[in-house]
Design a binder for this molecule. Structure first.
Ligand SMILES: *[C@@H]1O[C@H](CO)[C@@H](O)[C@H](O)[C@H]1NC(C)=O
Ligand SMILES: *[C@@H]1O[C@H](CO)[C@@H](O)[C@H](O)[C@H]1NC(C)=O
Ligand SMILES: *[C@@H]1O[C@H](CO)[C@@H](O)[C@H](O)[C@H]1NC(C)=O
Ligand SMILES: *[C@@H]1O[C@H](CO)[C@@H](O)[C@H](O)[C@H]1NC(C)=O
Ligand SMILES: *[C@@H]1O[C@H](CO)[C@@H](O)[C@H](O)[C@H]1NC(C)=O
Ligand SMILES: *[C@@H]1O[C@H](CO)[C@@H](O)[C@H](O)[C@H]1NC(C)=O
Ligand SMILES: *[C@@H]1O[C@H](CO)[C@@H](O)[C@H](O)[C@H]1NC(C)=O
Ligand SMILES: *[C@@H]1O[C@H](CO)[C@@H](O)[C@H](O)[C@H]1NC(C)=O
Ligand SMILES: *[C@@H]1O[C@H](CO)[C@@H](O)[C@H](O)[C@H]1NC(C)=O
Ligand SMILES: *[C@@H]1O[C@H](CO)[C@@H](O)[C@H](O)[C@H]1NC(C)=O
Length: 361
């Protein structure tokens, strides 16, 4: 057989081989990426999660890994797994189909580098509750994100607020409990019309809540406590009809509880304690689903509305250190398993409600 003949016969085979390895190459790479993740984190972690991460097994069957029908990794779910060490995002973000990266509640450390930019398919990113440091890098290329949790994770510097403008599908934004540089409440946030969860407590927010907050009509949770915010609570808050929890304690808010608050009839948890809020409690009369009402250490005056005595779910009530007058509603505590009441340091008069402790809680 001539060399030419031989070549002609092996060419298709060679071609096929190249073709195949081109495909399986992607998967070999994905296996290598996962094994690198394992070896990087295993050195420092006391975890069992990598026991199933053996090269002899299909990596789509590794604990915490999910693949699409093409056999490419879409999900890394390794939250609450005792993971410590430095996160090799440079290789993780080479996973072409990665949509969910969930690493919350571990002790991962180090700085999050620009490598994150290559994770362009991500819809879900949770790096919260770790011990990272340094700033959060630009994330403009992560325009598909729907869930972003970076709370309580040691991030500092100025958060890249411009990046979130591109995340028009964002549903959840949790950035609280990080020592960021002080900034005014970012206007970029009120453009995210699909947000239903906004957690910005204890992350050095300043300035006022913009009136446009009323555009975020999907919000069910809005938390901005333990910051240095001031000004009045905008009346546009009244447009957030789905709001279930509203927490703004320990700031310097002034003015009255806004006219319109009364419309938040789905509100169950409301805490505006430790501010300089004045005026009376008349707006609260309509919030019949309240479970917990905390307004202590303000400058509220007038009487406690009789309607509070009829709130069927109310179990916690803290109104101490205000200027309230008159009697307590006599039915208070007779409906639900009343848990906590403190109305001290006011100018209240009249009898103690007779049924307040009848459920023995
Ligand atoms: C994490 O550590 C705890 C206590 O050491 C252990 O009980 C648990 O199984 C560990 N979890 C994993 C996923 O390894
Ligand atoms: C993104 O990945 C490419 C290779 O696919 C690499 O050349 C580039 O440096 C990466 N960019 C960042 C910011 O990591
Ligand atoms: C903080 O982040 C964790 C995930 O790391 C998330 O489950 C939790 O809901 C976040 N907390 C708030 C108040 O958003
Ligand atoms: C914004 O996100 C889209 C994907 O949703 C992306 O195509 C675009 O490049 C992003 N813009 C910037 C400035 O990165
Ligand atoms: C109030 O918030 C500040 C941060 O703005 C914090 O340092 C302080 O401990 C908080 N006070 C209380 C009583 O929680
Ligand atoms: C709070 O914000 C005001 C400006 O509104 C500023 O003067 C003050 O220094 C800030 N306080 C803290 C503790 O950052
Ligand atoms: C409360 O909601 C009703 C019905 O949507 C609306 O007509 C009214 O203007 C709202 N009131 C305030 C004070 O926002
Ligand atoms: C409380 O309100 C009263 C009456 O509006 C006002 O005179 C007083 O200065 C306020 N006190 C504080 C601590 O804001
Ligand atoms: C109660 O009101 C008086 C006068 O209206 C005011 O001087 C005082 O500061 C108020 N107390 C509180 C706790 O705001
Ligand atoms: C009521 O307050 C108590 C004591 O602060 C707390 O332990 C409990 O979880 C609260 N219950 C609700 C439903 O908020």
């Amino acid at each position: 057989m001539s060399a030419a003949n031989n070549f002609r016969r092996t060419l298709p085979a060679l071609f096929l081989l190249c073709f195949l390895s081109l495909f399986s190459g992607v998967y070999t790479d994905e296996l290598q990426i996962l094994l690198k993740l394992k070896s990087t984190l295993l050195q420092n972690s006391d975890t069992h999660v990598f026991n199933s991460w053996e090269p002899t097994r299909p990596f789509c069957e590794f604990d915490g890994i999910t693949c699409n029908s093409d056999g490419s990794v879409t999900v890394i779910e390794l939250s609450h797994k005792n993971l410590s060490g430095f996160l090799p995002l440079d290789s993780i973000c080479q996973l072409q189909s990665l949509e969910k990266l969930s690493l919350g509640f571990n002790t991962l450390h180090g700085t999050i580098m620009e490598d994150l930019r290559n994770c362009t398919k991500l819809k879900y990113l949770d790096l919260g509750n770790n011990i990272f440091n340094g700033p959060v890098p630009d994330m403009t290329s992560l325009g598909d994100l729907q869930y972003l949790s970076l709370n309580n994770s040691g991030f500092s510097g100025i958060f890249p607020w411009k990046s979130i403008v591109n995340m028009t599908g964002l549903i959840r934004l949790s950035l609280g409990d990080n020592p960021f540089e002080p900034v005014p409440f970012p206007q970029e946030v009120v453009k995210l019309k699909k947000l239903n969860w906004l957690y910005l407590s204890n992350c050095r927010m300043e300035g006022t809540i913009p009136a446009e907050i009323g555009d975020l009509t999907e919000l069910i949770n809005f938390e901005i406590s333990d910051n240095n915010m001031s000004g009045e609570i905008p009346k546009e808050i009244g447009k957030l009809k789905k709001l279930w929890q509203f927490e703004l304690y320990n700031n310097s808010f002034t003015g009255k509880l806004p006219f319109g608050l009364r419309n938040l009839t789905n509100l169950e948890y409301f805490d505006a304690s430790m501010n300089n809020i004045e005026g009376d409690l008349s707006e609260v009369r309509f919030l019949t689903n309240l479970v917990s009402l905390q307004l202590f250490s303000n400058n509220l005056s007038g009487q406690i509305p009789a309607e509070l005595g009829e709130f069927k779910q109310l179990v916690n009530l803290s109104l101490y250190a205000n200027n309230l007058t008159g009697p307590l509603p006599q039915n208070i505590g007779s409906w639900a398993e009343f848990n906590f009441i403190d109305v001290s340091e006011n100018f209240l008069t009249g009898p103690i409600p007779p049924n307040m402790c009848k459920r023995g809680r």
